[in-house]
Ligand binder design. Structure first.
Ligand code: PLP
Length: 461
């Protein structure tokens, strides 16, 4: 019985390796191995070349856009390398400051609201099935009044989602394969990868990126804001502020330039504000703080990094009624059609949690959790600064962007993992402009962050 439990736990935790497809792990057969580690038995998944090759092939051709994608999606690739490292060093205490997943529990006031909604589903009176695809009216209205008060955004402009990443893909479906896309370089990989899958891009070229994507360089040299005078026109501009991975936030003046650039070119900005509540300075928390933005921008956001909802799954997208396609058709009407077709609404339990997040107690509890991660950020920044590195980000986002000029990011990632057993993220995983950087996430238990920093100090002293 105990063994069965251990086996299923182990398989699910190491499963990402099974989905990598493109590399040498393809067609490997998983083998369950029991390892004696310290005093307890743990079960690990090892990979072994498959003896039995499948002879049968269907007549369905592979989507050629899938073939353009480089390796696996970044974060599962990191998980795979971490799992391989743990097999190599079964006794190592591996610390993850990598993929940016939340580590602290969901505040009680929020979790108990979800528990209450969950329990009420067991009653005739409290049961509810499919809800509105756009989300519950009260949550839409509360998001509008909490985050967009006085910005002219109302309940009907807000669409509740099961997370920002999911809406990035739904927005890509909305725009289709014929649009041209610009992204900050480096940026959160879902923007580019979903565009590749949609067929918006050409093939990948080493150190350059995918053809037909406008990479807007963001580096210390330009204060992590692109030189718009050298950016070619694109239909859709993905812009994330505070930015993952660089941790920088665009100022009001910079965002005003961006909105003007979109207006001059007739482009639509997809503004990702998933980290807005981490902002310490007075940079705008929403693109709609910029006059005229409602005519050129969509905003996506998420409860994931505010309330520990990475597993609960809840976010939102604002599509203002003022935003129109070239033929005058409202973008929100088409997005509504996409949502009704591709989505059946966010979980009603998660939405109860979202409402609790926005109650006065919930807002306070979220600020406390965010404050905890900001202290972690400070510890990491000070560590790398004390070692003489140029360190960016951290002030407005839970990510620290450390510069290792002239070095290869994946080599750095491997070296840090091998020598300190700390998982980071190689900057180049976020685009060619991330080469020579490492992203260190501040999401971690305090003891782990302190221990990781101690190990960084030993490695780089
Ligand atoms: C910039 C950015 N946008 C979106 C997401 C995804 O958020 P969600 O969990 O709501 O899908 C992340 C997650 O790390 C992110 O960093």
């Amino acid at each position: 019985m105990i063994h069965r439990h251990l086996i299923s736990t182990s398989i699910s935790s190491s499963s990402p390796s099974a989905f990598l497809g493109q590399d040498h792990l393809c067609n490997l057969r998983r083998r369950i191995v029991l390892h004696r580690v310290k005093k307890s038995w743990i079960c690990k998944c090892s990979a072994k070349p498959s003896a039995d090759k499948t002879a049968y092939k269907t007549k369905v051709s592979r989507n050629e856009n899938m073939g353009k994608l480089q390796a696996g999606y970044l974060f599962p690739e990191i998980k795979r390398r971490r799992a391989a490292h743990m097999l190599k060093f079964p006794d190592a205490q591996v610390i993850s400051l990598g993929i940016g997943d939340i580590t602290e529990p969901i505040p009680e006031v929020i979790a108990s609201a979800m528990a209450k909604r969950s329990k009420s589903l067991a009653t005739i009176k409290g049961y509810s099935g499919y809800g509105a695809e756009q989300g519950e009216k009260l949550l839409r209205a509360t998001i509008a009044s909490t985050f967009y008060a006085n910005l002219g955004i109302g309940e009907h402009d807000v669409f509740i989602s099961d997370g920002a990443k999911n809406d990035i893909s739904r927005l890509q479906v909305l725009f289709g394969s014929d649009v041209t896309v610009a992204v900050q370089d480096p940026s959160y990989p879902a923007y580019v990868d979903s565009g590749v899958i949609m067929g918006q891009t050409g093939r990948y070229q080493n150190n350059v990126g995918y053809g037909n994507i406008e990479y807007m360089k963001c580096s210390p040299d330009n204060d992590f804001f692109p030189d718009l005078s050298s950016v070619s026109r694109a239909d859709v501009i993905f812009f994330c502020s505070p930015n993952n991975p660089t941790g920088s936030a665009a100022s009001r003046n910079q965002l005003t330039q961006l909105v003007q650039f979109a207006k001059d070119n007739g482009s639509i900005i997809i503004y990702d504000s998933a980290y807005a509540l981490y902002m310490s300075d007075d940079s705008p928390k929403s693109i709609f703080e910029i006059p005229g933005a409602k005519e050129v921008a969509i905003e996506i956001s998420s409860f994931s990094k505010y309330a520990g909802f990475t597993g609960v799954r809840l976010g939102w997208t604002v599509v203002p009624k003022e935003l129109q396609f070239s033929d005058g058709f409202p973008v929100a009407k088409d997005f509504n059609r996409i949502v009704c077709t591709c989505f059946n609404g966010a979980s009603n339990i998660a939405q109860a949690g979202g409402l609790a997040c926005l109650s006065p107690e919930g807002l306070e509890a979220m600020q406390e959790v965010i404050g905890f991660y900001k202290e972690n950020t400070h510890i990491i920044i000070e560590t790398f600064k004390s070692l003489g590195f140029n360190v960016y980000g951290g002030k407005n986002a839970p990510y620290v962007w450390v510069h290792f000029p002239g070095q290869n990011s994946w080599d750095l990632f491997e070296e840090i993992l091998e020598k300190t057993h700390v998982v980071t993220i190689p900057g180049s995983g976020f685009g060619p402009g991330g080469e020579g950087f490492i992203r260190v996430s501040a999401f971690g238990h305090r003891a782990n962050v302190l221990e990781a920093c101690k190990r960084f100090k030993e490695l780089y002293k």
